[in-house]
Design a protein around this ligand. Structure first.
Ligand code: SDX
Length: 429
């Protein structure tokens, strides 16, 4: 048995047989373990990795994370530089196409997006069907699926058809999100204004009411555009994995993105920003923080906005968002919950419970304070996260459907149920 350097040599002590498992990119292929058997008729060895704590599901060139060093790069560009110098639509083009666009390509991309911001009139009726208290994320998720009914001529084999759906999804999700907000507030649905920028247009659609024109402060537009950049992609997080897994069946991208919206809505994922604000409101004053922290340690509470599967020192996005708070509060006035958040962070960062578990503020800890300061209700926070994450979802979907290594996603299991047994008639049970 020649021990190649780029391989694992493993010995199955049950049989004494040794196997060479090739190492590529510091990983081994799980299917290479199938050769490890006791009986020739065995299925062969599998890996067991609940919640995919240590499993690479794909090769991707879109986003790079280093959880120990707190590094986040989109197509190699550090998030700090993109937040400082780029804009959300430019980042969307970078995520999808892999390069920063030149002026002409950027202009064409923006025009493509503008051309698709309107939503079919049928969806206005669709939105009218929701109850007034329907959660905006559930409305947005439903509307994304409904959007797919309007474009059933999608051809997954056609690059042009793929691009057309991608542009439609990026272009329309702010309109869907704004309509969800307006239905929640009993406001008439308004149309996008193609003469405005993408993020500015979203803020106007949220706030425009009656004859009173709404002109958003450019500083708030810029702050929200940066927040969208920070949320744009994050490698194989829960919602992106959902988009990839559902998309691997070759379903249309509206259905795949609907799956991403559903996953993001969970409080452990994108729903955390809404949960953070409700947590801060519940704490109410700095005096209540010690009791709350005790509740966390006793397992009665979770410190929402803290902790991350990958980042174990700090979330680089949280650092940038905390800075953005100051810029927004210059316009809106300081959110009174900020002092509680800062004190909570300070206490948690010094407390052994959190230090031992490497729990630090994540992207959701401060973002809600900005959204609330902008006058948005907590129920809209995850919709904002979804608008930011949409370019990442569709870029990852596009990469997956064009990746020759990918097949339909179908994990196996360890069966722990009963062995074979005979049916018993109900009268005898
Ligand atoms: C996002 O994956 C991504 O990239 C996601 C995201 C993206 O951009 O897509 O970054 C966006 O979802 C950010 C995370 C938002 N969620 C929250 O803020 C919810 C609160 N945080 C957690 O529930 C938790 O930290 C997770 C879900 C984020 C990560 O969970 P893990 O990696 O599965 O860790 P775990 O639940 O196994 O926790 C390890 C330990 C446990 O304690 P022990 O059992 O070892 O005693 O840490 C504890 C947990 O109880 N713990 C927390 C905690 N998070 C983990 N304890 C208190 N408060 C917390 N927030």
């Amino acid at each position: 048995m020649s021990n190649s350097t780029d391989a694992l040599t493993v010995t199955d002590n049950r049989t004494g047989t040794s196997y060479e498992i090739p190492i590529t990119d510091d990983t081994i292929r799980a299917t290479d373990l199938r050769q490890i058997k006791v009986q020739e008729s065995d299925f062969g060895m599998m890996t067991y990795d609940p919640a995919f704590m240590n499993t690479a599901s794909c090769r991707s060139a879109i986003t790079f994370l280093d959880g120990d060093l707190g590094i986040l790069r989109y197509r190699g560009y550090p998030i700090e530089q993109l937040a400082e110098s780029s804009n959300f639509l430019e980042v969307g083009s970078l995520l999808l196409k892999g390069e920063l666009p030149n002026q002409a390509d950027y202009g064409a991309w923006v025009e493509d997006i503008k051309a698709h911001q309107f939503v079919h009139e049928n969806l206005r009726q669709f939105f009218r069907g929701f109850r007034h208290d329907a959660h905006p994320m559930l409305m947005t998720m439903s509307a994304m699926a409904a959007l797919g009914t309007l474009y059933q001529d999608f051809d997954i084999e056609s690059p042009e058809s793929q691009y057309e759906q991608i542009v439609r999804i990026i272009a329309k999700i702010p309109t869907l999100g704004a309509w969800a907000y307006r239905v929640s507030n009993g406001m008439p649905l308004v149309y996008p204004d193609n003469d405005r920028g993408y993020t500015e247009n979203f803020l106007v659609m949220l706030n425009q009411s009656g004859s009173r024109p709404y002109e958003p402060d450019p500083r708030l537009v810029r702050a929200l555009d940066v927040l969208f950049i920070l949320h744009a992609d994050h490698e194989q997080n829960c919602s992106t994995s959902a988009v990839r897994s559902v998309g691997s069946s070759q379903v249309d991208p509206y259905s795949a993105v609907t799956a991403g919206l559903a996953a993001l809505y969970g409080p452990l994922h994108g729903g955390a920003n809404e949960a953070v604000l409700k947590m801060l409101r519940r704490i109410g004053t700095a005096d209540n923080i010690p009791a709350f922290i005790e509740g966390v340690k006793e397992g009665k509470e979770r410190l929402m906005g803290f902790g991350h599967r990958v980042y174990k020192n700090f979330d680089p996005r949280a650092t940038i968002i905390k800075k953005a708070c100051d810029e927004v509060f210059e316009v809106t006035g300081v959110n009174p919950l900020l002092s509680i958040a800062v004190e909570l962070e300070k206490i948690a960062l010094e407390d052994e419970y959190f230090v031992k578990r490497k729990l630090y503020p994540n992207v959701d800890f401060y973002s809600g304070l900005i959204y609330e300061a902008m006058g948005l209700p907590a129920e809209m926070f995850t919709v904002l996260f979804a608008i930011g994450r949409t370019p990442g979802w569709v870029a990852q979907w596009h990469e997956m459907i064009n990746d020759k290594e990918q097949k339909i996603s179908r994990p196996r299991q360890i069966y722990v149920g009963p062995g074979e047994r005979d049916y018993v008639d109900i009268a005898s049970r």
